[in-house]
Every structure is written in structure tokens, then in C-alpha cells.
Design a protein around this ligand. Sequence first.
Ligand SMILES: Cc1ncc(COP(=O)(O)O)c(C=O)c1O
Length: 229
Amino acid sequence: MYEKIIKSDLSGDVRIVDLRSDTISKPTQEMREAMYTAIVGDDVYGEDPTVDQLEQKAAELLGKEDALFVCSGTMANLIAIMVHCNKRGSELISGDRGHTFRFEQGGSAQIAGVQTALVKNNEDGTFSLDELRERIRKNPDMHEPQTSLIVVENTHNLCGGKVLPLDWLEKVSFIAAEHNIPVHMDGARLMNAAVYLKVPPRRVVRDVDTVCFCLSKGLGCPVGASETR
Ligand SMILES: Cc1ncc(COP(=O)(O)O)c(C=O)c1O
């Protein structure tokens, strides 16, 4: 969190902690120095060793095959949606309080051309598995869009930062596998979930196919999100 010390004549120094959002966190001196001294190159040619290292570290940390460094969580989520829903007439399933549905400029519809089917979010960020089963289109005929992705959010922003239970995630993945549908985790604050659950980050994302996490939310980076699969 961003802290500010204000000089006060009345009661000495006053320490103000800004709790409006974890995105208000600012880079520490060490972070600024790391950025200043980083070896850089042209990432398009795969010649930026710092980006390569960061992507490798993200993939290892999450136990995934590969990772991609992008500028924002919105971008990372959209990339995942477009990778999984790569046919016209695709539909994804999301909780009705999901960030990709409520915010992100409706990018899944606007840019990816993907329809969202909603399931009602419970207070703890989960949703009913029965409702999930109902939403999945089984053997859709030519008139129907095809269920191509399930999106979960961890921690869950509009459910007050709740952490999804690991056994619930496993059940979602079993249902998804039955129907051959991938699962994407919007893990903007994934590291908070890992700390809360006292497990390594890779365990939190074990049951999902792709995940994004943000470096700019409470982790001290000015920008950045990582998308892994
Ligand atoms: C859960 C969640 N996902 C995605 C995002 C989007 O991240 P960004 O602001 O980096 O685009 C946010 C931003 O607050 C978020 O809370």
C-alpha cells in the first residue's frame, strides 16, 4: 500500500495509508533501481533477456508450459479468451460478478466477438456447479454458440477479495474436462490467494489451463501482467 508521512504541528508526524486500491502501490527504491539497471533488448526478436527471464520465472512459479509478459490484466485476460474461443460463435461461462464481464470494456464481446453466459456468483466467489453444468451446451446444433471456456476469478474482486477453495476449483476442472472445455483463471491477485491458502502459487492454478496475474497489484510494479498456459 502507498504510505505518506505528513508533517503535523499538532501531534507529530501523521502516517497515512491509502487503502483505495492495491493498484495505488508504488515501486520501491529497489524496484526503481532494478528497472533502471535492467538489461533490455527487442522483445519482438526474443532479444530482451529481462523479459525472457521474467516469463520463464512466471511459468516456473505457476507450473505451466510458458508465459507471456503483457502490459495489463485486461490484455492478458483478452488474450486467453481469444486463444480458447478461437472460433466465431464461441461462448464463455463466467460468474455474474466476474471482472472480465463487468469491466474490461466488454472486450470479450467487443474485440473477441465472444458471448458470455452467466452463472450467479456466490458470496465467496464460487458459483453453483449444477448451474455450471446447465450452462454448458452439450452437442450444440448449428443454431447455438459453442461453450468454449469457463472463467474463474481468484481472488474475487467484486466478492470482496475472496479466495476460491481448492476443492471447488478441482470440481470445476472435472466438469470442464468431461466436456473438453478449458478453464481460465483471472488471477489478478493470485499471489494473495497463495499466501492466504499457505500453498505455492502453482498449487492454486493446478486445475486451470491458463492463468493471468498482475505485477501491478500490490507487487510493486508500475505496469504488467503475465499470462501463462
Ligand atoms: C480481478 C481483476 N482482473 C483483471 C483486472 C484488470 O487489470 P488491469 O487493470 O491491469 O487491466 C483487474 C483490475 O483491477 C482485476 O481486479
